[in-house]
Design a protein around this ligand. Structure first.
Ligand SMILES: [Zn+2]
Length: 320
C-alpha cells in the first residue's frame, strides 16, 4: 500500500521544482511542495501505525468503514508483569463495513463465539454464562495468561470449549518480526498449554493479535507468509466479522457509556454481516463491561435463531 508512494512523488516534485523560473512562481511551488510532503508523511504514518481496513470482499478500501480514519495504532508495550492481563488497548482492528455482496449464509445458522486475550479473572464468569445458555465457544488464549490462570484454562477444556492460540506473549514487537518469529512464539504457547493443562492436540486454531490484516504483518500483502507458515505448522487462523469493539474504545466518538458503545458496535457489525457465513463474534474476556453485556448478546443471538459453533468445526482459514 505504501511502498510506491514515496520515491516517485518526491523525485517528480524535485524535478519540476528546479525547472521552474521566476521568484513568485518558485515561492508558490515551494509552498505546494511542502504541503505535498506533509500529505505524503501523514499517509505513510497512517499505513504504518494504523490498521489496514478490512472488508470481506477482498478489496482494501480506505473509505470502507466510517471508523477507518481512526483505525487503532497497533503497537503494544510489553508489560512488566508477565501475568498482567493484556488490558492495553486498542489492539484489535475495528470491523469495516463490507463494500460488496458477501457469500450468502447457509441454512441452520451458527454463530461462532470467540474470546480473546484470556484467560483472566473474568473468564470463570464467562464460562458460567455460557453454561447457562448451553453455548460453546472458542477461547483464543495468550500463553502467559494460561500460565497465570491454569485452573480456568483447564475449565475451558473440561466444559467442552476450544482452547485456541493467541500467541504466547501477545507482544507485537516480538511476534511480528517475521513469520518464523511468529511460529516460534506460537510454539511457546503450545509448550505452555502442554505443561499447564496437558493439552496437545497437534492441530490448532489461532488468531493473530490485531487480526490478520494488521499493519505489523504488512496487511493483506504481508499476511500470506504468516498464514502459510502457520498452515504448515498445523494451525488455521480465524479473523472475525462481528465485534463489540471492546479493544477499540477509541471508536467511542460520542463518549457513550462503555456498555452502550459495545452494544451499538455489536448491532452495527451484525447489520453489516448478518448474511455472511460464518459469523464470528470477537469478545475480550479482559473487559468487565463485555462480560456484563454477554447475556444480552446471547439472548439476542438466540432470539435470532442462532446456535453456537466452535471454530474447529470450520474448514481452513477464515480471513477478513
Ligand atoms: Zn488480542
Amino acid at each position: 500500500m505504501g511502498k510506491v508512494r514515496g520515491a516517485p512523488l518526491r523525485s517528480m516534485g524535485m524535478k519540476s521544482f528546479f525547472n521552474w523560473s521566476g521568484g513568485l512562481k518558485r515561492a508558490v511551488r515551494l509552498i505546494a511542495f511542502v504541503l505535498a510532503a506533509f500529505a505524503l508523511a501523514s499517509l505513510c504514518g497512517c499505513s504504518r501505525g494504523g490498521d489496514v481496513v478490512v472488508d470481506i470482499s477482498g478489496t482494501e478500501s480506505a473509505t470502507a468503514s466510517p471508523t477507518a480514519e481512526a483505525a487503532p495504532v497497533l503497537t503494544e508495550e510489553p508489560t512488566a508483569d508477565p501475568t498482567a492481563e493484556p488490558t492495553d488497548e486498542p489492539t484489535e482492528s475495528p470491523v469495516a463495513e463490507p463494500t460488496e455482496a458477501v457469500q450468502p449464509a447457509q441454512s441452520g445458522r451458527k454463530v461462532y463465539l470467540t474470546f480473546d486475550d484470556g484467560p483472566t479473572k473474568a473468564t470463570p464468569e464467562v464460562l458460567d454464562i455460557l453454561k447457562r445458555y448451553n453455548a460453546k465457544a472458542t477461547f483464543f488464549t495468550v500463553g502467559r495468561m494460561v500460565k497465570a490462570n491454569p485452573d480456568t484454562a483447564k475449565r475451558i477444556l473440561d466444559e467442552g470449549h476450544v482452547l485456541g492460540c493467541h500467541t504466547q506473549t501477545h507482544d507485537f514487537n516480538k511476534i511480528y518480526k517475521s513469520p518464523q518469529a511468529f511460529v516460534s512464539d506460537v510454539d511457546d504457547w503450545r509448550e505452555t498449554v502442554k505443561n499447564v493443562v496437558g493439552y496437545d492436540a497437534g492441530a490448532y486454531v489461532y488468531r493473530f493479535p490485531g487480526g490478520s490484516n494488521n499493519a505489523s504483518v504488512g496487511g493483506k500483502k504481508g499476511r500470506g507468509a504468516y498464514v502459510a507458515a502457520m498452515n504448515e505448522h498445523g494451525y488455521y487462523t480465524f479473523d472475525w466479522n462481528l465485534a463489540l469493539n471492546d479493544a477499540w474504545l477509541a471508536g467511542n466518538k460520542d463518549h457513550l457509556p462503555v456498555k452502550e458503545y459495545l452494544w451499538n458496535s455489536y448491532l452495527e457489525t451484525y447489520s453489516w454481516y448478518k448474511n455472511v457465513d460464518p459469523l464470528i463474534l470477537i469478545i475480550h474476556d479482559t473487559r468487565p463491561e463485555s462480560v456484563e453485556l454477554l447475556p444480552q448478546v446471547l439472548d439476542d443471538l438466540v432470539a435470532k435463531g442462532f446456535t453456537f459453533g466452535l471454530c474447529t468445526e470450520l474448514d481452513g482459514d477464515y480471513l477478513m
